[in-house]
Ligand binder design. Structure first.
Ligand SMILES: *[C@@H]1O[C@H](CO)[C@@H](O)[C@H](O)[C@H]1NC(C)=O
Ligand SMILES: *[C@@H]1O[C@H](CO)[C@@H](O)[C@H](O)[C@H]1NC(C)=O
Ligand SMILES: *[C@@H]1O[C@H](CO)[C@@H](O)[C@H](O)[C@H]1NC(C)=O
Ligand SMILES: *[C@@H]1O[C@H](CO)[C@@H](O)[C@H](O)[C@H]1NC(C)=O
Length: 892
């Protein structure tokens, strides 16, 4: 074979490979963004997926995402060939009639359906012409509830294939101040953890998750279709005033009430446990495990009772007993002997428990009934309506009844109604390996009553959401929103009356409405949406309890609000019209009952259950192998809020050798090896660099003046980034040069971007529309004023900032290998420190050195909005371990 023929063959082979690759990637999801903004606990999430049909013929493109069940979808749109198709929210019946044809063709099925415990799925598809693109955009909203001292935001990411430009951006703004931030979930583990960055300021927190394409293929929560997992962000806020926090905007107000200055109230609690035959195996096993732990958690001054029931009702003791060590031990022995068998007499069991608790009335305690059942009533009184009436009459509104529905054989609506009628709530317990933890978790939420009979009063307001709460538990929060009727109202006056043990407590407050208005950072209309969300949720719950005209009124009101705010609720439907031949799809929110069937398929573990049934008596047999609670990695190394350190007062600190910590009441001795803390004052600085740290607060450092500097140098991966600074007094960079593996060169300036790859070269401009360019291991995504660059396992965004007439570039390193040492003035991946002493001027321990730091605020140019945030200013040398001359270069 001569040389030419060989070349031709090779070329042919190459061509085949390329073709195969193209065949495999007929649909390219080239960009997938989830942008979530939380203001005052109200979360608005926008999922944007941009998809290209790279095939030479038209084909169907799917959009499939999972959203929290508690949320309402508020917008959906598709953009195809520059034309936008907005979905419309209509009354359910109207939509069904209008589009009955579509519905009868079965097209509505599956548009939204329940999947797991916390998520429901939204799914649609559209036909896209050859070589065309479509953009899907879905918006949903929810009010985050405080549970066990935290708000939890759950984001599911499952783009169905690895995506070049994948981003999750979360911005939390809480004007009261953020006191805790944790990022968990399967997407924050192992290899993916370094794709997560968190930034925190006093009132704001940003969480970014920007995994590279390679990471999306190769992680624990990945399949060959890319990522599939959750990111869970938990946070809490500062509580300065016991009377709560108020916000006012556009005529609406919201009051967040969660006092901490009260003592726990001892409780009288009766557990009513179903031991009918359907509980056999796994369920009864897990119930026993949970009960044993719950009994151990009872406080010494709590009183408790235990009732187990099937067709026959059995009480551990005829009365409530104090939770002394002996009583708890005795009760545990009883629990270990609970066996399943027989039918289900819910009526008898609950009435028995009510009797028990009624006989035991102690001043200054909080009574609670907890019912756990897995099936419909089949023995004694079996008519659900009669049971509900009996229970309601017996309890007489005196204390709450909580109902836990175990598995999917229960008629959940029956339990829900019964608990709502008695000031409680119903919760589903999913049959899974962690069912015992779910039970225990629910108990913990009601374990510490702080107030009972809470009544909140407001003056000059209307359309107020629920204002009476039978109990307030530690770790929760009461949220009330309403409309201010009096336009001239200068102050919002509130009065909260409640019982703490048997003492009446009053929280009065009067806040000037002007002080409550926008603090400039908030989009004020979140309060009216929060109000609408809460009102619709509460009205929907009410419609379950009301009858006749009242029920109709509540329904009408909920419907009107759902339509006005475009919420897809159980009363409305969303009509999606597609471009081809007026094809229509109707999306409805699934209800709890319908979740039966789909949920059952998902969660039942028949094989496990059979396996376990073989040895039901062995208490310790069931070891939960895989627990599906959200990860365990905690990205924030320091749990302790930094404010703590501010309270430490140095009394004697001339040279920082001996320091007195007033809070701990002890002297601090700085390490002898360090003569003096390093000073922080470069003669002339050029720019100030902000760096996320392993700690809650970032650090920052001034770069001494130099014109051209090495920003990042990573020899093992052959990645280099240099920058040319603006002249003295400038704000950022004039030019940034990046080189990767010798054959990729990228030069960015304020006017254009040049890229060359081998013999190929191209030029982009900053204002062109979203562009995506990809070669092996390199992906460039350009959107307005942002170039997102992935080269191997480096991910960098270069931002173009325009500020006060000057235009400059700023690099943000989103990701860099942590195990490979890299140098440059941007330093390595992450720096952590220890606060030895905190005040305006503080002492940090950083890289085994003691350094002086000052608390300063600066703009974070690593984000497009350049928010002002606080950081510890430390010396340049302390971070880089070098002097500027080590990084200065003669030309970029
Ligand atoms: C996310 O949405 C907010 C509110 O619409 C917007 O201000 C912000 O720029 C968006 N962030 C990103 C990264 O798209
Ligand atoms: C794509 O289709 C058009 C028209 O059917 C045809 O002219 C063209 O050659 C095709 N291109 C490729 C790359 O197959
Ligand atoms: C409430 O819970 C917090 C922790 O979440 C705890 O520090 C506090 O002591 C609890 N309050 C009472 C009264 O138990
Ligand atoms: C609280 O306010 C109410 C009316 O707004 C008033 O009657 C009551 O005396 C006040 N209580 C306290 C303790 O200030």
């Amino acid at each position: 074979m001569d040389k030419a023929a060989l070349r031709l063959t090779l070329f042919g082979l190459l061509f085949t490979c390329v073709n195969l690759a193209a065949e495999k990637k007929k649909i390219d999801i080239y960009s997938f963004h989830i942008n979530c903004t939380v203001t005052g606990r109200y979360a608005t999430t926008v999922i944007t997926s941009r998809v290209a049909n790279v095939l030479n013929k038209s084909q169907e493109v799917n959009f499939e995402v999972q959203i929290p069940k508690n949320a309402f979808i508020s917008q959906f749109r598709m953009t195809i060939d520059g034309k936008t198709y907005d979905a419309i929210v209509k009354e359910k019946e109207e939509a069904q009639q209008e589009y009955s044809q579509a519905v009868s063709r079965g097209e509505s099925a599956g548009l939204v359906s329940a999947v797991g415990r916390t998520l429901e799925e939204f799914k649609t598809s559209v036909t896209v012409a050859a070589n065309s693109k479509v953009t899907f955009e879905l918006t949903y909203e929810e009010l985050l509830k405080r549970r066990l001292g935290k708000y939890e935001l759950l984001i599911n990411a499952q783009p169905m294939q690895p995506v070049a430009d994948f981003k999750i951006d979360v911005h939390i703004h809480e004007s009261a101040g953020i006191s805790l931030l944790e990022v968990k979930g399967g997407l924050n583990t192992k290899d993916l953890a370094n794709a997560v960055t968190t930034t925190r300021a006093q009132q704001d927190a940003w969480v970014k998750f920007y995994p590279t394409r390679d990471q999306q293929k190769d992680c624990d929560d990945c399949t060959k279709n890319g990522l599939n997992g959750n990111l869970v962000i938990m946070y809490d806020v500062e509580r300065v005033k016991q009377s709560g926090d108020f916000k006012v905007a556009n005529g609406y107000f919201v009051h967040y009430f969660a006092p901490t200055d009260v003592q726990r109230i001892p409780k009288n609690v009766v557990f009513i446990i179903d031991q009918s035959s359907s509980m056999q195996g796994n369920k009864i096993e897990q119930t026993r495990m949970a009960m044993l732990r719950i009994l151990s958690d009872l406080a010494k001054d709590d009183y408790f009772g235990l009732i187990t029931f099937s067709s026959h009702i059995q009480a551990w003791k005829p009365e409530l007993l104090k939770a002394t060590a002996e009583n708890v031990e005795e009760a545990k022995t009883f629990v270990k002997q609970i066996r399943s068998g027989g039918a289900t007499d819910i009526n008898g069991a609950v009435l028995n428990a009510v009797n028990m608790i009624n006989q035991y009335t102690q001043e200054g305690s909080a009574s609670i009934l907890i019912l756990l059942t897995d099936g419909d009533p089949t023995s004694g009184v079996t008519n659900p309506v009669t049971i509900q009436q009996n229970v309601k009459t017996a309890i007489g509104g005196k204390y709450p009844l909580y109902c836990l529905g175990f598995g999917f054989n229960v008629r959940f609506e029956f339990l829900e109604k019964m608990s709502l009628e008695n000031n409680g709530a119903a919760r589903r317990i999913y049959e899974d390996s962690d069912a015992d933890l779910q039970l225990q978790g629910f108990y913990e939420e009601v374990a510490i009553p702080l107030l009972t009979n809470v009544q909140l009063n407001y003056q000059g307001v209307a359309k107020v959401t629920q204002t009476t709460f039978s109990q307030y538990y530690n770790g929760s929060e009461i949220v009330v929103a309403g409309y201010i009727t009096d336009n001239s109202l200068e102050s919002l006056t509130t009065e909260v009356i409640a019982l703490s043990k048997s003492t009446k407590v009053v929280y009065n407050d009067s806040v000037l409405t002007d002080d409550l208005k926008n603090d400039g950072l908030e989009h004020g209309n979140y309060i009216s949406r929060l109000w609408a969300f809460l009102t619709v949720k509460q009205l929907l719950a009410k419609t379950m309890l009301l009858k006749g005209q009242e029920k109709d009124n509540a329904k009408t009101e909920a419907l009107d609000l759902s339509l006005k705010y475009k919420f897809v609720t159980p009363l409305t439907s969303m009509v999606v019209t597609k471009p081809q031949g007026d094809e229509v799809q109707v999306a409805v929110k699934p209800n709890e009952e319908k979740r039966h069937s789909s949920g059952r398929k998902q969660t039942s573990k028949d094989s496990t259950r059979m396996h376990l049934a073989a040895s039901p008596d062995n208490m310790h047999y069931f070891k939960t192998p895989t627990r599906h609670h959200h990860g365990s990695r905690n990205k924030i190394a320091s749990q302790r809020p930094i404010q703590h350190s501010f309270r430490k007062i140095p009394i004697f600190a001339p040279d920082y050798h001996d320091l007195f910590d007033a809070e701990l009441g002890m002297w601090y001795q700085l390490p002898k090896t360090t003569q003096k803390p390093l000073a922080t004052s470069p003669p002339w600085k050029s720019i100030r660099i902000l760096k996320s740290s392993g700690n809650a607060q970032p650090i920052c450092y001034d770069v001494p003046f130099a014109l051209n500097v090495r920003l990042q140098q990573n020899d093992p991966t052959e990645f280099y980034m240099n920058g040319e600074l603006e002249a003295m007094g400038g704000k950022g960079f004039k030019q940034i040069d990046i080189s990767y593996k010798t054959n990729h060169q990228l030069r960015l300036s304020a006017t254009k971007i040049d890229y060359s790859y081998g013999s190929e070269s191209m030029t982009f401009s900053w204002d062109q529309e979203l562009t995506h360019h990809e070669t092996e291991h390199v992906s460039l995504v350009l959107r307005s004023n942002e170039m997102d660059i992935t080269m191997g396992n480096m991910r960098i965004v270069i931002l173009l900032h325009k500020e006060d007439g000057s235009v400059f570039l700023w690099p943000a390193v989103l990701q860099q290998p942590k195990d490979v040492s890299s140098s440059g003035i941007l330093g390595e991946a992450e720096v952590s420190y220890e606060v030895i002493l905190g005040l305006q001027t503080s002492i940090l321990k950083l890289k085994d050195q003691v350094v002086k730091a000052s608390w300063v605020t600066m703009k974070d140019y690593r984000l497009p909005a350049a928010p002002v945030i606080g950081c510890w200013l430390v010396p340049f040398e302390a971070v880089t371990q070098k002097t500027i001359s080590d990084f200065a270069i003669t030309q970029p």
